[in-house]
Design a protein around this ligand. Structure first.
Ligand SMILES: *Cc1c(COP(=O)(O)O)cnc(C)c1O
Length: 406
């Protein structure tokens, strides 16, 4: 049987919420011979990156870069600051918060979960109440996910900081920004975060393989007495070698070429513009979903994610909920576009539209058109006109630019 699109031409639409589309500028920047990682040329690169990377985290503090996926940086945040048996207060916002908690348990920490609502973000009042009750200061760290990639819900990290301070509690604040850094406003210093965990393959527009810990002086002080075993993840040797632009082992040189370019791209656009661009695309996406008559998973408007939107599948004609993975399959086969699957207990129930990273108005329109055509082909009940609603939203928010004199 002749299969349409069996040899898809054009670019694949990688609209999962990470890894994201890697822009040509970054691909070209990485396409160079690997150099001596102890030589002067590398030192220049190392110093340039280490001079820029703090601007992305909005910090003046050290940023440790690992050749690892985000999961590695999760581990680094825990093992550098904590000791066996320490209690970590975590918050169940979704699949990624759950995975981080499991890791804490495997590392012989005592993790404690607050909350259980996968449609809302962190309730800082619950954290404050729990910390107030911990008068003996048994809790050594509070660990939360900024942008829960499994649900499309962004939590208010400044509010978590205020809650810790209001309770007068000395716990460290550890924050996962793997799917928000470089897309959503995030302020390591201003929000008093002790360890920020990030990864390369989402807002930073790089391939997978680099991850980060931005660390506060309080976190560095904690690392001096923390007793969890660590070697590869230990901050001290890396921070020391970084002072000269080097790493204590062979770094991921070509990914660092890419990171250098990614920093240039984000800083040329301006971080505030990057954040505004993401919010604008997220708003247009939600207008589209609402026009389809479908439900957005996130139930608190103040916590809508600017990086991705999780869409709940409707109930079909037969009374059964339509399956998100069947829809994703149709869209991949027909339009060469990947969408995020529902993770963990959301499996089959939601699909996720990534609108983060190297992304513009027409990427969004292509993405939403692919979903709308997929809904028709897969027989998922919905109203027509989602794409038109998104176009209108983009046109309205573009007027300010168009109306300005040349
Ligand atoms: C992607 C992601 C992770 C996992 O990162 P890996 O690079 O796959 O190890 C963890 N937390 C969040 C919020 C993520 O989006």
């Amino acid at each position: 049987m002749l299969k349409l699109n069996s040899h898809p031409s054009g670019r694949h639409f990688l609209q999962i919420p990470g890894p994201t589309n890697v822009p040509d500028r970054i691909l070209r920047a990485m396409d160079y011979p690997t150099i001596d990682h102890r030589g002067p040329e590398f030192q220049q690169l190392g110093k340039k990156i280490l001079g820029q990377i703090g601007k992305i985290f909005q910090t003046e503090q050290p940023v440790v870069i690992y050749p690892a996926s985000g999961t590695g940086a999760w581990e680094a945040a825990l093992v550098n600051t904590l000791s066996p048996g320490d209690t970590v207060l975590m918050y169940e916002t979704g699949h990624f918060a759950t995975l981080w908690k499991k890791m804490a348990d495997k590392l012989s920490l005592k993790s404690e979960f607050l909350g259980d609502d996968w449609r809302r973000g962190v309730d800082a009042a619950k954290i404050e109440a729990r910390l107030r009750a911990d008068s003996g200061h048994v809790i050594k760290a509070v660990a939360v996910v900024h942008n829960e990639t499994s649900t499309g819900v962004t939590s208010d990290i400044a509010a978590v900081r205020r809650a810790i301070d209001a309770a007068g509690h000395p716990a460290l604040l550890l924050v996962d920004t793997i799917s928000s850094l470089g897309s959503l406003d995030y302020r390591h210093d201003e929000w008093g975060v002790d360890v920020t965990v990030a990864g390369s393959q989402k807002g930073l527009m790089l391939p997978p393989g680099l991850s980060f810990n931005a660390v506060s002086q309080k976190a560095i002080a904690a690392s001096k007495t923390a007793k969890l075993a660590r070697a590869f993840w230990a901050w001290d040797e890396i921070i020391e070698a970084n002072k000269n632009g080097f790493w204590p082992y062979t770094p991921a040189t070509n990914l660092l070429y890419g990171l250098s370019e990614a920093c240039d791209m984000l800083l040329e656009e301006g971080m505030q513009n990057v954040f505004a661009r993401h919010q604008r695309h997220a708003e247009a996406t939600r207008q589209c979903v609402r026009a389809w008559g479908l439900e957005i998973l996130c139930q608190n408007e103040a916590e809508y994610s600017g990086a991705l939107t999780a869409v709940v599948m409707p109930v079909g004609a037969g009374g059964e909920r339509c399956n998100a993975d069947a829809l994703r399959k149709v869209i991949l086969a027909n339009f060469n576009m990947s969408l995020g699957q529902g993770l963990n207990k959301l499996s089959g129930w939601v699909f996720r539209i990534g609108h983060l990273g190297d992304f513009n108005d027409l990427t969004l329109m292509g993405t939403l058109a692919g979903v709308e055509m997929g809904l028709v082909l897969a027989g998922v009940p919905h109203k027509a006109g989602g794409v038109a609603a998104a176009m209108q939203s983009l046109q309205q928010s573009a007027v300010a630019v168009a109306a300005q004199p040349a």
